[in-house]
Unconditional design. Structure first.
Length: 196
């Protein structure tokens, strides 16, 4: 498997489901139709309602901007940069911003997938190894970091991404990276039949 970086300029650009903004899709499975999981970057130009995704668990994190106030089913939450926030994608959700900003979104379909979403801060002289996952998605947030696996190496700058599942990765350099591990869930109907 080749370690390839997907640059921010090549992320698939599309309108929000409710038409209120623009999102840049980093990765999703399946590639077409109803997704089991999806990772994207949303541009929030002004305050407004979030699109409704019933049956979807969402985690968002500010990656460009200073603050967002999220009201989820009437409860207000103040979001700060690089702090993931989880909520029900089907909830009545409104975001309030004082200026345009971007956030990173991780969506998983209940019963099909779950996600572990964390932030890794690296120092120039201290490489960090990240255990494999199927898949594992890294998104650059600040600085420039080098990502390597076996004999391959690539650089991540802010909002670039790499999707990988073959082996552990090593991250070097001074910067901040979002680390998303997707865990697929198998429904009873999809599970293999027990041996007879």
């Amino acid at each position: 498997m080749t370690l390839r970086v997907q640059r921010f300029a090549t992320h698939r650009r599309m309108p929000w489901r409710n038409g209120g903004g623009v999102t840049y899709e980093i990765a999703r499975r399946p590639d077409h139709g109803e997704f089991d999981w999806r990772i994207s970057i949303a541009e929030v130009a002004a305050s407004g309602a979030f699109s409704s995704f019933p049956g979807i668990d969402r985690v968002i994190m500010l990656v460009d901007g200073t603050e967002m106030v999220l009201t989820v089913n009437g409860d207000r939450h103040r979001l700060h940069p690089l702090e993931p926030f989880a909520f029900d994608g089907g909830a009545d959700t409104v975001g309030e911003v004082a200026a345009p900003m971007r956030d990173l979104n991780v969506m998983t379909r209940r019963g099909r997938a779950t996600a572990e979403f964390g932030v890794l801060r690296t120092a120039e002289d201290t490489p960090v190894q990240i255990d494999r996952a199927d898949p594992l998605v890294l998104v650059g947030l600040t600085g420039t970091v080098a990502v390597s696996a076996v004999h391959e190496r690539a650089e991540l700058t802010p909002l670039d991404a790499v999707c990988w599942s073959d082996s552990p990765l090593t991250v070097r350099g001074a910067g901040t990276v979002a680390v998303v591990r997707i865990r697929r869930q198998v429904s009873p109907a999809d599970a293999p039949a027990p041996p007879r």
